[in-house]
Design a protein around this ligand. Structure first.
Ligand code: CA
Length: 253
């Protein structure tokens, strides 16, 4: 079993190779999928198929690891097996939804009984596919779920008087245009997309810089300070807040 660290490293490499976001743009041009499946052959079959279909795919083999990844990486979709070691699919889904995650979840399981399907949907699964399945059907369902999600994601984020145009890479506060460097824009977009949520430094470093560090790197603090100078200092209402010992949150307090 790969460690979360090793998975993260492979994952960021995959993002760099496949996503190839255009310079100056932080808009993702690829979709990231997490497969939580303990049967190695089944997981590899899925990973291969989805990778060939243009997705960035991570695979984990336990519910515990899956939950950890799903809570710390903004995936576009989860493919979740029900019978898993450590923590089963039901428990993973319950924890995710209980924590407010709205990531689309496709249940993939050998358990096809109607009560199981109903339970999955009631717990907040978005779709349900029974093994054995045809890959073409899985792919069609994955694409349908992602389409729904993309339609839900706005191109413009508005928090108080802060307005972020994710397509046009433009930021305004109260109608005043704010010019940001690409990494500053990436950092602000991340905080804004997940506003109200305290983001640990490690998550910010991973998402904005594809960096994995432990402990004492201050790259995030330096970048946040620079961002605040532009986004918060000239304005009465402060939006970016430090949560001591935890990280940063963007919200109106
Ligand atoms: Ca299983």
């Amino acid at each position: 079993m790969l460690s979360v660290r090793e998975l993260s490293r492979r994952y960021s490499r995959a993002v760099k190779i496949i996503c190839g976001a255009s310079p100056g743009s932080v808009r993702r041009v690829c979709m990231r999928i997490l497969i939580i499946e303990d049967e190695e052959k089944a997981a590899e079959f899925l990973r291969k198929g989805l990778t060939e279909s243009g997705f960035v795919v991570d695979v984990v083999g336990t519910g515990e690891e899956g939950l950890f990844r799903a809570l710390n990486v903004p995936y576009d979709l989860l493919i979740l097996d029900v019978m898993l070691p450590e923590r089963d699919g039901w428990a993973v889904l319950r924890e995710l939804r209980g924590g407010g995650s709205a990531v689309p979840v496709l249940f993939l399981t050998a358990r096809g009984a109607i009560p199981d399907r109903v339970r999955g949907l009631e717990l907040g699964a978005d779709d349900y596919l029974i093994k054995p399945y045809a890959f073409t059907e899985l792919l069609a369902r994955v694409r349908a779920l992602l389409r729904r999600r993309t339609e839900r994601q706005p191109d413009v984020l508005q928090i108080a008087d802060l307005r972020i145009d994710l397509l046009g890479n433009k930021v305004q506060r109260g109608g005043t245009r704010i010019d940001l460097a690409p990494k500053e824009f990436a950092l602000l977009s991340l905080l804004a997309r997940r506003h109200g949520e305290v983001l640990p430094r490690t998550v910010i470093a991973d998402q904005v810089w594809d960096m994995h560090f432990e402990g004492d790197s201050n790259v995030v603090d330096v970048a946040v300070r620079r961002l605040r100078r532009k986004v918060d200092d000239p304005f009465a209402v402060k939006l970016i807040h430090t949560v001591r010992g935890m990280g940063y949150v963007l919200e109106v307090q």
